[in-house]
Write a protein that binds this ligand. Sequence first.
Ligand code: HEC
Ligand code: HEC
Ligand code: HEC
Ligand code: HEC
Ligand code: HEC
Ligand code: HEC
Length: 398
Amino acid sequence: MHIKGIVFRKSLMSKALLTIVLFVSSLLFSVNVHGQSAQAEANFAVCRACHTIGGGKLVGPDLKGVTEKMDEAWLIKFIQNSQSLVQAGDPEAVKIFEEYNKIPMPPHNYSDEQVKDILLYIKNGGKVAGAAETVTGVEETHVEKKAIETGGEQLVAEGKREDIRHMSVTFIVMVVIIVIALVDLFITKIIRYKWIHTVLILIALAVISEIVFREAAALGRQQYYQPDQPIWFSHKVHAGQNRIDCEYCHFTADKSMYAGIPPVKVCMNCHSQVKKGKITGKKEIAKIYAALKNNKPIEWVKVHNLPDHVYFNHAQHVKVGKVKCQSCHGHVEKMDQIIQVNTLSMGWCMDCHRTRNIDISNKFYDKYTKLHDKIKNGEIVKATVIDIGGEECSQCHY
Ligand code: HEC
Ligand code: HEC
Ligand code: HEC
Ligand code: HEC
Ligand code: HEC
Ligand code: HEC
């Protein structure tokens, strides 16, 4: 089938792209000057949800300098199973456990060697020795900055909802004016001059068609859509206060078309231990356990929806384009409840594609190399997404 064919080609393309990305990064990361293996960074990924190295505390303490503070044997035991140390009454383990509000660190099924490797990675300040710093060199455009600034502010959303309410009130008033004018024209005949009826009706019709036109253009769009969710899950608590990385939960965002919603298993990485919250106590977290017990996935309501004829790929934007989640979704880390802050209209996609410079150092495709040469020759000064086809219908439409 025609449509299937295109889907297939796109997925092949993104697979090829991913392979190249993986290949290039494995080249970068295989350099191994200080002895830790390439695997250390990958193994540290689970820790990153709760720890930084030199970036301040998250759910757990900042791990910078921990390898100097504690001896290796203790660290190995603690990382493999901190609770066994706490329960055995180890004074250091008990102290830090109390200090962190008795949020227990989950056990990790790593061998001594793997933990040593991670410790070396921590000691190196979280850098893989020899790896090139990822320089993005991508500037946010003013459109994007504006989107980030206004996005997520609940107030803006409230304001827009007011607008919508005003619009429906206006609509009703106009209909009433037409009805009254018609009734007077044919029945009551209070106003003597017929042109007054005509003018009133024409104005009302003009206003109504303006409203209908605007509404029709927005049909199927759901800006400021904010459905209630089955569990009171707060991004503010998780991504904001506890600074959990977006991609810890939405772990496919940089690898696939979909960002995906985390399965219950991911919640349990922490909630097997964290049993109550400051705001909702045990009530909401209990729903996670119920879902697990009944072996039923949590039925989250999807907030962002593009029509079926549009192709949108997260990995292309997040990984290749290095576009921040917030550029499109607003300040999610400040939201207790997710709200769609952008229209997701074709114009919205285009506004960014027209203005946003792309990172030419991504030399994955031929088009990039050609653009690179053009910039070097002084033919063009910069390249936007348009230059790589971001305005071609077939790029976004099946
Ligand atoms: C779910 C969150 C979470 C994850 C995941 C996690 N930790 Fe922790 N970690 C904590 C908390 C909370 C503490 C504070 C001690 C406690 O409450 O038990 C801690 C304490 C530590 C300490 C002791 C720090 C000190 O100052 O003494 C080390 C070392 C540590 N974690 C390393 C790791 C490593 C390595 C990983 C990954 C393999 C990891 N953690 C994964 C939450 C976590
Ligand atoms: C260029 C804009 C853009 C960026 C950047 C972006 N998203 Fe999205 N996101 C969208 C659009 C558009 C949809 C709706 C997709 C659909 O309905 O097919 C969406 C949907 C989602 C969904 C719903 C589930 C899904 O996969 O469709 C989640 C979750 C999500 N995004 C999270 C993220 C996270 C986390 C990041 C950053 C790592 C991110 N997004 C970056 C535009 C973006
Ligand atoms: C990386 C660790 C981590 C993961 C993963 C995680 N949480 Fe949490 N969660 C926390 C922490 C820490 C708190 C805050 C506890 C507190 O405020 O005392 C919390 C609090 C909560 C609360 C209570 C909020 C409140 O303040 O009342 C709910 C509900 C919740 N989480 C649901 C979820 C769901 C659903 C998932 C899976 C989609 C999930 N969590 C995944 C760490 C995590
Ligand atoms: C602890 C896990 C967790 C973290 C961390 C997290 N999310 Fe989510 N996210 C979820 C869950 C669960 C949902 C579904 C419930 C909801 O919509 O609130 C969700 C929904 C979303 C949606 C709406 C998807 C839709 O239905 O259209 C977006 C957008 C999103 N997240 C973006 C982000 C961004 C951006 C970050 C980082 C700032 C982030 N998330 C961090 C768990 C998480
Ligand atoms: C905030 C900015 C931004 C928004 C909004 C945005 N994009 Fe993009 N898009 C990018 C960037 C940057 C790239 C270039 C990635 C790269 O370097 O390959 C891109 C590339 C693409 C490509 C690949 C183009 C090509 O020729 O390789 C498609 C398809 C695409 N976007 C679709 C969409 C759709 C559909 C929407 C709206 C639902 C959208 N984008 C919204 C920034 C954005
Ligand atoms: C950057 C991505 C992108 C490109 C390029 C693009 N479109 Fe779209 N298009 C969209 C999105 C997103 C929607 C959904 C809009 C909405 O819901 O309002 C859409 C909707 C449409 C619609 C349906 C209108 C509607 O109101 O539902 C038509 C027709 C259309 N596009 C035609 C085109 C044509 C023709 C081209 C080439 C000149 C093109 N598009 C290029 C993203 C794109």
